[in-house]
Design a protein around this ligand. Structure first.
Ligand SMILES: Nc1ncnc2c1ncn2[C@@H]1O[C@H](COP(=O)(O)OP(=O)(O)OP(=O)(O)O)[C@@H](O)[C@H]1O
Ligand SMILES: [Mg+2]
Length: 232
């Protein structure tokens, strides 16, 4: 499903040395896998997710999705592949401020050509499952951070992607909501969704059959554990 081949990413530094955010990272993720990426702040987790998500071209190396080298595609074709196959949940949410919650979630479905009514119904159902039934008409600026996070999660899933890339999906949620999101991810994965989640939350690491740890832009370890009980 996803392959990173010797991916490195160097950001130009501001008045200083360039930042080497990823160094020679190789990773193979099969269809249906549930992979958790952990590592300290600044270790390159978001950079890895952006590169895998067809949004950030590596400085070196290549990224293959279903055997297609995505950065050799034209920007238009790459965007289309991203819309069709990938769901992306940003660490900073990136919701559209002048649209309501339900419109934010429905928007990618409408862009994909589904009817407004069907898209809005699907969006409402997803938001209700995460306890936002009272907030459907609110704009992102009227929501708490945890509420925005759940809206962003629903939006990433509305087009039924093959692979979900989620950056800290429970970073601002309390225990009960974290449980709900973890359960939701487990259900989605059982239904065949490939998931890569970046998290500080050991609950994900615990339920995850495979955990990759980044350190200073390098894969420090890549553990596949049956039962996912490695990080107790
Ligand atoms: N656009 C950018 N320009 C320059 N440097 C960047 C840019 N984005 C990230 N970096 C740097 O690259 C390194 C990796 O950043 P990244 O956001 O991938 O880390 P992270 O593991 O996601 O951290 P966190 O857990 O805090 O979200 C950091 O040192 C960061 O300062
Ligand atoms: Mg990050």
């Amino acid at each position: 499903m996803l392959e990173l081949k010797s991916v490195s990413k160097t950001y130009p530094g501001r008045n200083g040395a360039p930042v080497r955010a990823l160094r020679d990272v190789s990773l193979f993720v099969n269809r249906g896998e549930f992979l958790t990426v952990i590592g300290p702040s600044g270790s390159g987790k978001s950079t890895l997710l952006f590169s895998a998500g067809a949004m950030l071209e590596p400085s070196e190396g290549s990224v293959l999705i279903d055997d297609v080298d995505i950065y050799s595609l034209s920007p238009g074709k790459r965007a289309s592949l991203r819309r069709k196959k990938l769901g992306f949940m940003f660490q900073t949410f990136n919701l559209i401020p002048y649209l309501s919650c339900v419109e934010n979630v429905a928007f990618p479905a409408i862009l994909e050509g589904r009817s407004r009514r069907e898209s809005m119904e699907k969006a409402s159902g997803m938001l209700e499952r995460l306890g936002l039934e009272e907030r459907l008409g609110h704009r992102p600026g009227e929501l708490s951070v945890g509420e925005r996070q759940r809206v962003a999660l629903c939006r990433s899933l509305v087009n039924d992607p093959d692979m979900l890339l989620a950056d800290e999906p429970t970073g601002n949620l309390d225990n009960l909501l974290t449980r709900e999101v973890v359960d939701m991810f487990r259900d989605l994965n059982n239904d065949g969704l490939t998931i890569i989640v970046v998290t500080h939350d050991l609950r994900f690491a615990r339920m995850s059959p495979r955990v990759v740890k980044l350190l200073s832009g390098e894969v420090e370890c890549d553990h596949a554990v049956s039962g996912g009980m490695m990080y107790q």
